[in-house]
Design a protein around this ligand. Sequence first.
Ligand SMILES: Cc1cc2nc3c(=O)[nH]c(=O)nc-3n(C[C@H](O)[C@H](O)[C@H](O)COP(=O)(O)OP(=O)(O)OC[C@H]3O[C@@H](n4cnc5c(N)ncnc54)[C@H](O)[C@@H]3O)c2cc1C
Length: 409
Amino acid sequence: MRRIVIIGAGQAGLVLALGLQKHGYDVTVVAEKTADEVRQGRLISNQCVFHPTLERERELGINFWDDEVQPVEEVAFNAAGTPDGTEPAIAWRQKFDHPAQSVDQRVKVSDWMTLFEAQGGEIRHHKVTPNDLDAYAAEFELVIVAAGRGPQFDALFPRNPEFSPYAEPQRAIGIAYIRTKHPMPPGLIFNLGPYGENFVLPVLSVQGKVHGIGFFGVPGGPMDVWHGVTDIDHHLEIATELLRTHFPWDKGILEEAEPAGPLELLHGGITPTVRNPVGRLPSGRLVLAMGDTAVTNDPVGGQGANMAARAARSYQEAILAQEDRYFDEKFMREAFGKYWEVAQHATAFNNALLAPPPEHVLATLDTAQRVPEVAHRFAHLFENPVGYTGWLTDPEVSMRYLQEATARV
Ligand SMILES: Cc1cc2nc3c(=O)[nH]c(=O)nc-3n(C[C@H](O)[C@H](O)[C@H](O)COP(=O)(O)OP(=O)(O)OC[C@H]3O[C@@H](n4cnc5c(N)ncnc54)[C@H](O)[C@@H]3O)c2cc1C
């Protein structure tokens, strides 16, 4: 039986571990926290996952929340106009062909860790350092590092400048989980303004049914406001003011809200980074990066957890196809390459969302109000970003498409 170790028990690591376990692989997961510590810990993400990710979880029998979670059935898109405008300049709503959902990663990760162990998987608990990896590489046939974003494995998996246009975080992020009495749409609200974005969506959290509300502010701008905020009440005061000022049509959401709990807030900034996924250890042995450790996107496009699940699928297929052959560098590059065939489009789409929208994208968002086909196509980029490249990357193609789609109405 092939022995594989996965460093990091997150969306990527656990989906791969559970998938390989089903095929009889001897998988060990190394996690810095126990299932209980994760469940009782601080907010991790806003984790809206779309149909392909959910289908994968259902295939593996690890989506336990379909009956409980409020589905994300649609996206309600609004773009701000003048700074003091009380109504959006652009507004449309589009139903997803298949609902998305957001189950708190604290719930998912802790439930999946428990399941993995109950099915005979081994979880070792400690915070792995780069120096620990050689011992793992000696013990196991394949070491996969799925330890999330951050600098800890920077030297091992250096940044690939070709696909990493940003050297700094492009958004100041502030998220909170709330309960609101305000009437809410059955899905995701996406508010776009000149200083950043606001997202609101239903979440099945450790606290039950809540809404996640996130602000993504352009650094140095009027939505970059979270420095020194540590307390949920202070966070919600600021968030209420942000909503009133920048997206006033939705201000009732926070005016009628209370925090879901004292730990239900998260602040930070993420530098979108694509890395060389194959790391060479001092012994010469190789390790393979996965999920955010390999490719980190800003959360603005809701791609990270979806791509982590995609990576788990691609890597699993590559591992199965390798049968009993050695997990060499060629195998590692091909496994990542299969994932990158899809992930490159998610990264391109996501990075484009961080830049001010060019004219043809604004025209697309505007036309979406009148032409449902355009709204449908744009909304479904979130679940399948492959459609972004060759469409919104090319102003001529986009504008021609808008003419044709408008003529079809
Ligand atoms: C505010 C916010 C909102 C987001 N919203 C969305 C969204 O709507 N949709 C979406 O698709 N994505 C979203 N994301 C991104 C998504 O959460 C991540 O991309 C995804 O969780 C990545 O999965 P992963 O398994 O690669 O890493 P992680 O989920 O970070 O998991 C890594 C795991 O490794 C563990 N670990 C870390 N270091 C070590 C170590 N040294 N030793 C052992 N264990 C270690 C961590 O504790 C963690 O459990 C959001 C992220 C943030 C921050």
